[in-house]
Design a protein around this ligand. Structure first.
Ligand SMILES: [Zn+2]
Length: 544
């Protein structure tokens, strides 16, 4: 008889009895869900903890090495099967077929695999769901990118009738390349299609110029908007990608250019769970300070950085960390990107006059412990955020500024006086995203300080340093795979509070320099370069 998962988790003190009871009640209403998935959805445990406990429960080893695909197994039963059930076919040097699974709620699956591959026995491992998914995504990417591009090109020659299926293939390609946005741009001579992948736009293909209106109409109809109206329109639709068993929330935005409607489709992966704070890539130094800031029960924590620097992902991770049955948390977001249990989420809606500021004011009557305000971009929101923080609530928000001190300046510009800022500000986290070097093809080289310009040399650790540069292989696009955070955390302690209160913002950096322990964005990027996680040129692209 297997020991129940809930019992193992409570014995290991990973969850409380109250959390377990809550999830068991939840399971009664959603019997199809695995208890582990429910606990994860509530943020009570993470992928790695669940994998450890499942491996104890059913006595399968936890898989911790590199995921290398077994192409023979894929050929035998097809990649779709593995993706549908989130099972990774593993080539690990053993003659016995091996598989990594993150959940086993169905013996039919293991029985099936045994019946197909089990002549000499079958090895099963438990793996954290995020690792299994990522590893599977890479196989789908490798197998499908070339095929999809060929299909997109062949549909193109079939003319305008094939546009709807062509559009589906484009969205499929965007999903498997982990693109965040699809840009459809009329140039007068062509209709250009570009994807934003890891923050960089890449050209995919182009169509005849007359196709743009037809494409716009297909999308407008999907969104339930007025077709043939090529002015400013926003909408959304759900798109199902069966191959990867994914549903994507597609946000549509259209703007009229001189050559016709320009369209952006933003792809929001609905199944994407909040990434745990420890997996975002913050350095240990920064992590410790963030942890210190988020346990302060009241006050304002701000994340700063330009658009696309991962601010909302960090906020989501923070919420996931602080949420609990004993707290009421409300959010106002534009749009809601990741859905949370135990948190009430509201989306900005200008049509109903539902703004960041108005929502925050109404939240105060909802008896909250914490509020997330997607962004502070006007006076009203700034005032409401400060007011809420001063009434003893925990407030999280973002600002479009470059570094922590300019965040304080920005609040001042928005009409908050420095005494109020000083009384409620807890911490400012500044962040950027840099692309990570592909581990399969990155190329080592020796950097010599004398050969570098000053703007590059500031990223070097010594006079001669071994580091890596991108190369490119079939697993990555151009030498990079995924992104990580570069961060800078300013904790507002008593001394800094006093400087803010006295309106001596210029002295803050001098004080930090004098202390010598403060780490800037550049310091953090330097450490990533030294570890071979990113390249010097990538750091310059993002930080200058
Ligand atoms: Zn590569």
């Amino acid at each position: 008889m297997l020991e129940p998962l809930g019992q193992i988790l409570t014995e290991e003190k990973l969850i409380t009895q109250e959390e377990l009871n809550h999830c068991l009640e939840y399971k009664k209403l959603n019997p199809g869900l695995h208890l582990g998935a429910i606990l994860k959805h509530h943020g009570f445990i993470n992928d790695h903890q669940l994998a450890e406990c499942l491996s104890k429960q059913i006595n399968w080893k936890c898989f911790r090495s590199q995921y290398v695909p077994d192409h023979a197994a894929i050929e035998k039963i097809g990649l779709d099967y593995f993706c549908r059930h989130q099972i990774y076919p593993l080539k690990n040097g053993s003659v016995i077929p091996s598989f990594v699974v993150s959940f086993i709620d169905n013996v039919e699956i293991t029985d099936y695999l045994k019946s197909i591959f089990g002549h000499t026995g079958v090895n099963f491992y438990i793996g954290p769901e995020c690792d299994v998914r990522n590893a599977l995504d890479l196989i789908v990417l490798e197998q499908n990118r070339a095929k999809l591009l060929v299909r997109i090109e062949s549909l193109k020659s079939e003319g305008i009738d094939a546009l709807a299926s062509w559009l589906n293939e484009i969205i499929n390609l965007a999903i498997i390349t982990r693109s965040t946005d699809i840009h459809v741009e009329p140039t007068g001579k062509t209709t250009d299609i570009r994807f934003r992948i890891d923050g960089i736009c890449a050209s995919i293909t182009c169509l005849k110029p007359e196709y743009i209106q037809k494409l716009a109409n297909i999308l407008l109809t999907k969104c339930g908007l007025r077709p043939c109206d090529y002015g400013i329109q926003d909408g959304s639709f759900f798109y199902e990608f069966k191959k990867m068993a994914k549903t994507v929330d597609v946000r549509f935005a259209q703007t009229p250019t001189i050559h016709g409607p320009r369209i952006v489709l933003r792809l929001l992966d609905k199944e994407r769970a909040a990434i745990p704070l420890e997996s975002l890539g913050f350095s240990e130094h920064n992590r410790k300070m963030i942890d210190q800031a988020i346990v302060v029960p009241h006050g304002l924590i701000i994340i700063t950085g330009p658009t696309g620097s991962g601010k909302s992902t960090t906020l989501s991770a923070v919420l996931n960390q602080i949420k609990s049955i004993s707290k009421i948390i409300l959010t106002i977001e534009d749009p809601v990107e990741i859905t949370h249990s135990l948190i009430a989420q509201v989306e900005v809606n200008p049509a109903q006059d539902l703004t960041f500021g108005k929502a925050t004011r109404s939240f105060l009557r909802q008896d909250p412990n914490a509020i997330l305000i997607g962004e502070i971009r006007d006076r009203e929101t700034a005032q409401e955020a400060i007011r809420a923080a001063n009434t003893g609530l925990q407030i999280f928000s973002t600002l479009h500024t470059n570094d922590p001190v300019s965040a304080i300046l920005r609040l001042k510009d928005l009409g908050v006086d420095t005494v109020n800022i000083s009384s409620c500000l807890v911490a400012v986290v500044s962040q950027r995203l840099v692309r990570k070097l592909c581990p399969f093809c990155k190329e080592p080289f020796t950097a010599v300080r004398d050969k570098f310009e000053a703007y590059k040399a500031k990223y070097l650790d010594g006079d001669i340093q071994s580091m890596f540069r991108p190369q490119g292989c079939r697993r990555c696009r151009n030498g990079f795979l995924g992104r990580t955070v570069v961060g800078e955390v300013l904790l507002i302690d008593q001394e800094i509070k006093e400087l803010i209160g006295k309106n001596s913002l210029g002295e803050i950096y001098a004080l930090l320099r004098q202390r010598g322990t403060y780490k800037t964005l550049i310091d953090d990027a330097k450490a990533l370069i030294a570890k071979g996680e990113t390249s010097i040129d990538e750091a310059i692209r993002v930080l200058g």
